[in-house]
Design a protein around this ligand. Structure first.
Ligand SMILES: [Zn+2]
Length: 197
């Protein structure tokens, strides 16, 4: 927007504001026609001023990038980046990873890749997650271990505890989750005696 456009558009919008202030039940039709003319004029000025297409996302970095409807800013590129960051946080990789410092020259509209690119992926890392069946779903029941044997020993100890759960399982986390073994038979049960009947 150049200075002349800014001045003209500002004047037109302020005029519309004045029309709004002055509007009453007694405003004559002649005045309303005047308002319509001024409104059209403001729209024309806006059309001249705005030369780009309306943004598809609310992301200031990728306003016309691909859309992810589930992302708060609708930006697929940033959401992919945030997911990767969350994943590396979960995996304990890059504890103080600062992406803005690490990727100063990242192209703004890089196409998303189904397989991701090297920089999007956290460092490959595996952990073993002990989980128990709480009667409705699997839940983490101890600290994720780096060592499978250690995690299995932990689960065995849990199973011998006085108030052991109905079932336990060991989950191998390697970027994605994979159930590697199930102990017991997880049956869906209601916690409340009369619940959900
Ligand atoms: Zn973005």
């Amino acid at each position: 927007m150049n200075h002349a456009q800014l001045t003209a558009l500002g004047r037109a919008l302020r005029l519309l504001g004045e029309h709004g202030e002055a509007l009453t039940a007694d405003t004559p039709d002649a005045k309303l026609h005047e308002v319509r003319t001024d409104l059209r004029r403001a729209l024309e000025l806006l059309d001249e001023t705005v030369t780009t297409v309306a943004p598809a996302t609310r992301c200031p970095e990728h306003p016309n990038g691909p859309v992810d409807k589930s992302a708060p800013d609708l930006c697929l590129l940033c959401e992919t980046r945030r997911r990767a960051a969350r994943r590396s946080e979960v995996n304990g990789a890059y504890p103080s990873y600062d992406r803005s410092a690490a990727e100063p020259s990242e192209p703004a509209d890089r196409a998303p890749s189904r397989y991701g690119v090297r920089g999007d992926r956290p460092q490959p890392q595996q952990r073993w997650l002990p989980e128990l069946w709480n009667g409705r779903e699997w839940q983490l029941c101890g600290t994720p271990r780096r060592d499978r044997r250690e995690a299995e020993l932990f689960i065995n100890a849990q199973r011998r505890a006085p108030r052991a759960a109905m079932a336990y399982r060991l989950v191998h986390e390697f970027t994605d989750y994979e159930v590697v073994r199930i102990w017991g038979h997880p049956v869906r049960t209601d916690i409340e005696p009369m619940g959900n009947l």
